[in-house]
Design a binder for this molecule. Structure first.
Ligand code: COA
Length: 180
């Protein structure tokens, strides 16, 4: 039995939920599907596989919380987006990192990425009581984070041959705050 925490749904109240946001463990059957998506959307373009990622980031997969957006499909549940929340590392005890954020190229622009990130924000600022989230965002994706209230905190830098900026968030997106 896969250990999956159902932490959110997308869909009008009158419709059956079509996309579920879940936190999964590494032994979940959805995990290899998430890895395949990360390779297709993020890693392959920089010449990496998941094996390369694991070798370059030892222990990171095990240390991270893994979130997926799952769509029902006649062939079984499909992972259409995923992201990782890396708990505080080193001296920065109250700052978590969001990484490996990707949405299936066929499902981008539907609000799935937003739901994934706001689910992680709720977890980070809620149960984990973190004071800050940050990520290294590809410059092309900056508007996505800015629309969620994240702010740039660095100049542009190169990572895996792609221009990035560090983006930070000190409180959950407005959509998550009561009364807003
Ligand atoms: C960037 C990405 C994660 C965004 O996810 P998504 O599901 O497509 O985004 P959403 O539909 O939730 O978009 C939320 C808002 O951000 C905007 N947005 C999303 N991506 C954008 C982009 N690249 N440029 C400008 N605006 C963007 C959307 O238009 C939407 O705006 P709205 O609220 O005014 O309608 C996804 O497009 C993706 O995986 N891209 C390729 C990989 C990548 O760049 N990953 C991020 C690495 S840091």
């Amino acid at each position: 039995m896969p250990r999956a925490l159902n932490v959110g749904t997308i869909g009008a109240p009158s419709e059956p939920p079509v996309i579920r946001i879940r936190r999964i463990q590494l032994d979940d059957p959805l995990y290899p599907k998430a890895c395949a998506l990360r390779e297709a959307v993020l890693l392959r373009s920089v010449g990496w596989t998941m094996d390369d990622y694991r070798r370059e980031m030892p222990g990171r997969e095990e240390a991270s919380e893994h979130y997926v957006a799952v769509a029902d499909h006649p062939r079984g549940p499909q992972v259409i987006a995923c992201a990782c929340l890396i708990p505080p590392e080193g001296d920065d005890e109250r700052a978590g990192k969001v990484a490996q954020v990707c949405v299936d190229s066929q499902r981008q622009g539907e609000g799935v990425g937003r739901r994934l990130i706001t689910t992680i924000e709720a977890r980070a600022f809620g149960e984990l009581a973190l004071e800050q989230l940050y990520c290294h965002a590809q410059v092309e994706a900056l508007p996505f984070y800015e629309k969620l209230g994240w702010r740039s905190s660095s100049n542009e830098f190169m990572e895996a041959g792609i221009p990035h900026r560090k983006m930070v968030l000190f409180e959950p997106s407005a959509a998550l705050r009561p009364g807003e």
